[in-house]
Design a protein around this ligand. Sequence first.
Ligand code: ADE
Ligand code: ZN
Length: 338
Amino acid sequence: TKLHQFLQHLPKCEHHVHLEGCLTPELMFDLAARNGVCLPDTEKRPEFGSPEALYERYEHFTSLDDFLSYYFIGMSVLQQQSDFEALAWEYFQKAYADGVHHAEVFFDPQEHLNRAVPFETVVNGFVAGCRRAETEYGMTTKLIMCFVKHLPASDAQKVFDLAVEGGHFESGALHGIGASSSEVGPPKDMFKEIYATAHSKGIRRTAHAGEEGDPTYIEAALESYKSQRIDHGIRLIDSPQLMEQVARDEILLTVCPVSNVKLRCFDHISKVPIRTFLKAGVKFSINSDDPAYFGGFILHNYCSVQEAFDLSIEEWRTIAENSIHGSWVEQERKLELL
Ligand code: ADE
Ligand code: ZN
């Protein structure tokens, strides 16, 4: 595509990628066999017959919840610390090849805990993958722990307490908190207490909002959670007033254009409000979300946006600079990235 070389070399920061969303069908089948995990019965679910059949099914997600049902089955193959490390390392290799210099990555510990995988197994595995990327590639990385909205808030409180009591925020193993999974349905402020505690401890805060849900979800994340970023945030286009506030307060949106099309938030990538946000001075970064499920990593997202919008070099520089400034990384490192 046009500007492919330029986009490849543009120094990129990724702020919105779920490590469990980097699990390819190939690795899923491999780990299922190695760990003796049963995937769904292929009599009833033929798409679990082969990686090819799964990839085919991934072409037809009907909604966020339809995708999430596959995402939660997929991650059930992760058992050993080395599985988590291998998954993270697979992501960093692809991200590095795509020109990512700094990556802030999400994970969902509650799902693993519910399968009796210890918290430390998950964290130590992912941290090992992060350290390897730092050592071998000179990347900077941050791990952000997400709470999932389809499980009780008390489960989220448990993993937050484990992280705090284990000293994982203090040590720098974990850098922030987020909230993900189903949007419409659960209470908009279900993690209010946790976010308040995190705020008082100086822990960074982001939250998925305004992906399938209306702008009141974004408003709730900003007000009840004091969220410093909004993941997705595309429904901001339905509230010019809130959009103005987000621009003024320099809240970074972590936009995932390919994900939005795959999960039917928009019927075409040209409907993602890239130009609207640029014009309104809303800062955003471009991200991959769940690249193994959506057919491409971060560069695919950059190139798809370019195909649809034909942005100028100047506009791309603005996007790249905003994503560096919006990164949760030391000022010194930002200057290096610029
Ligand atoms: N978990 C993984 N991907 C997600 C998405 N796009 N929205 C909400 N939760 C998620
Ligand atoms: Zn996401």
